[in-house]
Design a protein around this ligand. Structure first.
Ligand SMILES: Cc1cc2nc3c(=O)[nH]c(=O)nc-3n(C[C@H](O)[C@H](O)[C@H](O)COP(=O)(O)OP(=O)(O)OC[C@H]3O[C@@H](n4cnc5c(N)ncnc54)[C@H](O)[C@@H]3O)c2cc1C
Length: 530
C-alpha cells in the first residue's frame, strides 16, 4: 500500500487551490492541511472584501480561468439571479469573455475549494482547513517540515507548499494621508474631497481611483454612456494619476483562446539565442520576424526592420506619448469594442501577447547587460500589452475625466517624492511642484528577495546558503537550502518575479500548481531557471 503523503499548503488563494487540485490528481493518498490567515479560505488577496469592493473588476474572464471543479461560467450560471444582480450582472448576459467584479470571482474560488475538498474526502483523502490561522514559521526536523502557528506546531510534513501570494505593506504603514499601496487600508478609509495623487496608471491605480471617487458620487449609465455625478458637497475632489510616461493602459483586446502557436519565437529558437554572443539581439530578431509575419502593415508603419531591442520600445510608445491620453483612450475603446463585436484580432497585439510568454523563459538566463536592457525596454512593451484593462475601467476613467475630476501627470525620468505629515509633494525636473493632501502608491507588486520572507527559520537558512533570491527547481522546490531542499515548494509569486518578471495572474498560479504536483511523483529535479 502506498504511504499517505502529508502536505501543508500555506495560503488558500488561487495558487493554493490549484495546488490542492493537482495534488489530488497525482493518484497518491494524501493528508493535506490548508492554512489561511484570513477568515474565509479560498478567496485570495485580490478577490477579498479586505482589498476589493464591488466596483473593482477582474481582468480575466471564464474562458481563460482554468476550471477547478467547474468553469467560472458554469458557476455563474448556477447562481441565483438576485446574487448576480447585486454585483451588477444580468443573468441573461453572461458569457465566457465577460469581466466580473473581483469579489464574485473570489466567491467562485471559495465554492470551488469547498467542492474540491468534499470530493477529496469522499475519495478517502484527509483534508483539514484552518481559517484565521497564520503560519508564522516553517521549521525542519528529521521526519519532515513543520508549520508553526500562534497556537501549535504542526507536522511533520513531507512537503510544504508556500502559496502566500501577494505581499504589500501592512495597514499600519498607512496614514490618513499616505497609502503605501491601495491594499494597505484604503478600501476601508474615508477619503475627504481633496487633491488625491495616485502613483501609477495600471488597473491597480484605477482601483485606487474607484475607492476614492465612489465615496463622493455615483457612476450612472444612460443610453449606453457612462457618466459620473459628483456630490455637490465634494466639488473640491481632484484625482491625479501619474507615471513617468503619462500614458494610460489600453483596453483588453479580442483574440483567439487558447493561444495559437508562434512560428519564430519558439522555445528551441530562443534557447539557441542564449548560445550566441548577443542573446537579446538574437531574440529580438525572432520577435521582429514574428511580428512582421503576423502584421506586415504594422511592421512597416513602425519601421520595425531598422529597429533594435532598445529602440523598439520608443517607437512602440511614441504616438501614444505625444497624444492626449484621454483621446487616445476613447479611440482605443471604440476600436476594441468594435473588434470584440466582430471577433477581429489585431495581429500585432496578439503576437506580442504570445511572444511575452515564450520570452519570459529566457529572461533569467540573459547576461547582466542584456537583462538591464530588457528591463528598461522590451519588458515595458510586454507589460503594456498583457496588462490591458477591462473596457469598463477605461469607460470609468473617461467618465471621471468628463466630470472634470481626473487628470494625468507625466513625471518624466527624474522626479522627487517627499512625504510630509499632512501632504505628499512631487517635484519634477523642471522644478514644478505638485502637492497632494492624500497620496496612494499604486505601482503594484515588487519582486521580493529572501530577506523579505516572513518565515524566520526559512529566511535564515536561505541567507546562510547565500541565496539572496530563492533558487527553485522545475517543481518549485528549493535547491541547496539545507533541510528544506526538495521539501519546500516556493509558489509565492513575489519571490519568483525576479527570474520570471511576468509571473502573475490566475493562469500562472495554475501552471505553478501543476508543476508542483508533478514533482510529488517525480524524483529528478532540474533548476527552474538553468
Ligand atoms: C489587486 C490585484 C488584482 C488582481 N487581479 C487579477 C485578475 O483580475 N486576474 C488575474 O489573473 N490576476 C489578477 N491578479 C494577479 C494575482 O497574482 C493572482 O490572480 C492571484 O491572486 C495570485 O494567487 P495566490 O494564491 O498566489 O495569491 P493570493 O491571491 O495573494 O493568496 C494568498 C493567500 O495566502 C494567505 N496567506 C498569506 N500569508 C499567509 C500565512 N503566513 N499563513 C496563512 N495564510 C497566508 C492570504 O491571506 C491569501 O488568502 C491581481 C493581483 C492584484 C494584486
Amino acid at each position: 500500500m502506498t504511504a499517505r503523503r502529508a502536505v501543508a499548503i500555506i495560503g488558500t488563494g488561487p495558487t493554493g487551490i490549484y495546488s490542492l487540485k493537482h495534488l489530488l490528481g497525482a493518484g497518491l493518498p494524501l493528508d493535506v492541511t490548508l492554512y489561511e490567515r484570513g477568515p474565509r479560505a479560498g478567496i485570495g488577496m485580490p478577490y477579498s472584501p479586505q482589498t476589493a469592493n464591488k466596483s473593482m473588476l477582474a481582468n480575466i474572464a471564464s474562458i481563460e480561468i482554468p476550471p477547478v471543479v467547474s468553469t467560472y461560467l458554469e458557476w455563474l450560471e448556477a447562481q441565483p439571479p438576485a446574487r448576480l444582480a447585486s454585483y451588477g450582472l444580468d443573468p441573461e448576459d453572461l458569457d465566457d469573455r465577460q469581466f466580473t467584479p473581483r469579489l464574485l470571482l473570489g466567491e467562485y474560488f471559495r465554492d470551488q475549494l469547498l467542492d474540491l475538498v468534499e470530493d477529496a474526502r469522499a475519495a478517502g483523502h484527509r483534508i483539514a482547513i484552518h481559517e484565521n490561522t497564520e503560519v508564522l514559521d516553517i521549521g525542519t526536523g528529521e521526519e519532515g517540515l513543520t508549520a508553526t502557528t500562534l497556537a501549535v506546531r504542526d507536522g511533520p510534513f513531507d512537503r510544504v507548499i508556500v502559496a502566500t501570494g501577494h505581499q504589500f505593506p501592512d495597514v499600519d504603514e498607512a496614514t490618513r494621508t499616505y497609502f503605501p499601496s491601495p491594499w494597505s487600508g484604503l478600501i476601508e478609509a474615508a477619503i475627504p474631497a481633496v487633491r488625491v495623487g495616485i502613483m501609477g496608471t495600471s488597473l491597480s491605480s484605477t482601483d485606487a481611483a474607484m475607492a476614492v471617487v465612489n465615496q463622493h458620487g455615483r457612476f450612472r449609465s444612460r443610453n449606453g454612456t457612462l457618466r459620473f455625478d459628483l456630490d455637490p458637497a465634494s466639488s473640491d475632489l481632484e484625482v491625479v494619476l501619474m507615471s513617468r510616461t503619462g500614458v494610460l493602459p489600453e483596453a483588453d483586446f479580442y483574440c483567439p483562446i487558447p493561444y495559437e502557436p508562434l512560428t519564430f519565437v519558439t522555445g528551441p529558437a530562443l534557447a539557441a539565442c542564449l548560445k550566441t554572443s548577443k542573446p537579446l539581439d538574437a531574440a529580438f530578431d525572432l520577435i521582429k520576424d514574428e511580428i512582421t509575419q503576423a502584421d506586415p502593415a504594422f511592421a512597416l508603419r513602425l519601421g520595425l526592420k531598422s529597429l533594435t531591442a532598445d529602440s523598439f520600445p520608443n517607437a512602440y510608445f511614441a504616438s501614444r506619448e505625444t497624444s492626449d491620453p484621454f483621446e487616445w483612450a476613447r479611440r482605443n475603446l471604440q476600436e476594441v469594442e468594435y473588434n470584440k463585436a466582430h471577433k477581429i484580432t489585431v495581429a500585432w497585439r496578439y503576437a506580442l501577447l504570445r511572444i511575452h510568454e515564450e520570452v519570459e523563459d529566457i529572461v533569467a538566463d540573459l547576461p547582466e547587460a542584456d537583462r538591464e536592457r530588457f528591463d528598461s525596454g522590451l519588458k515595458k512593451v510586454f507589460v503594456d500589452n498583457y496588462a490591458a484593462v477591462p473596457s469598463e475601467s477605461i469607460r470609468r476613467l473617461l467618465a471621471l475625466r468628463d466630470a472634470g475630476i481626473l487628470s494625468l501627470l507625466t513625471l518624466g525620468e527624474d522626479y522627487e517624492l517627499d512625504r510630509e505629515e499632512s501632504v505628499t509633494r512631487i517635484t519634477r525636473r523642471d522644478g514644478q511642484v505638485d502637492t497632494f493632501e492624500v497620496f496612494i502608491d499604486a505601482r503594484g507588486q515588487k519582486a521580493l528577495t529572501s530577506e523579505d520572507l516572513p518565515f524566520p527559520s526559512l529566511r535564515r537558512t536561505l541567507l546562510e546558503n547565500g541565496q539572496e533570491i530563492p533558487d527553485v527547481s522545475q517543481d518549485y522546490s528549493l535547491i541547496e537550502a539545507g533541510s528544506y531542499t526538495g521539501r519546500l515548494c516556493l509558489a509565492a509569486l513575489p519571490y519568483l518575479m525576479h527570474d520570471r518578471p511576468f509571473v502573475q495572474g490566475i493562469t500562472a498560479c495554475a501552471d505553478i500548481a501543476e508543476a508542483i504536483a508533478a514533482g510529488l511523483t517525480t524524483r529528478r529535479r532540474r533548476r527552474l531557471v538553468s
